[in-house]
Design a protein around this ligand. Structure first.
Ligand SMILES: [Fe+2]
Length: 189
């Protein structure tokens, strides 16, 4: 379930808006300068990377018509409860971008499977967007944000980068993310 929850950046309990209506979500994000789109789901979530990219070749071509994104890849993580290292793998993956940071370029992600939540720290507000399979979001360059993949990370995402090191995060040192509901809490609300 795609969820948009807008809160005061000074108080997570002050929920200004919560909606699961994709049209409202698109409109609310658009007026904040954030691209949100919905693409069809892949035929097979577990297909090989090249097949996933081939599946979306035409949409990727449209999005990248100007050749802005020179590196397009597929990131995936799926729970493997049989692997004794899974809890550590999950915690390490989750922890990577859980603190507030920004990037020198837009963070563009299409969720072909699973889910993840972006928290955008804008002017006086925190805009949480729980993205589900089929959602595409672009966090503008320089926007303070953080990302929660939840206690059980599970997603398949096509990522678009302008530079090979476009994923590098500039961490702000602000621990604001700790005061806001997690992905799992947002979905349970
Ligand atoms: Fe990021």
């Amino acid at each position: 379930m795609t969820v948009l929850q807008v809160m005061s950046d000074a108080d997570a309990e002050q929920v200004v808006l919560r909606t699961t209506d994709p049209e409202v979500i698109g409109a609310e994000l658009a007026r904040r300068g954030i691209v949100f789109d919905r693409w069809p789901l892949p035929a097979d979530q577990h297909a090989a990377t090249e097949d996933i990219l081939a599946d979306y070749a035409s949409r990727i071509g449209d999005l990248n018509a100007e050749g802005r994104y020179r590196h397009i890849d597929v990131a995936r993580i799926h729970p493997d409860e049989d692997d004794p290292a899974w809890p550590d793998t999950a915690a390490a993956a989750r922890g990577k971008f859980l603190a507030e940071h920004r990037h020198a370029e837009d963070e563009v992600r299409f969720f072909a499977g699973g889910r993840g939540c972006f928290y955008l720290h804008l002017d006086g507000e925190v805009v949480a967007v729980v993205c589900e399979a089929g959602d595409l979001v672009s966090v503008p360059a320089g926007t303070k944000h953080w990302f929660d993949m939840g206690v059980r990370p599970d997603f398949l995402a096509i990522r678009f980068f302008e530079e090979a090191d476009g994923w590098v995060g500039d961490f702000t040192g602000d621990r604001i993310g700790e005061s806001f509901p997690t992905l799992d809490e947002l979905l349970a609300a």
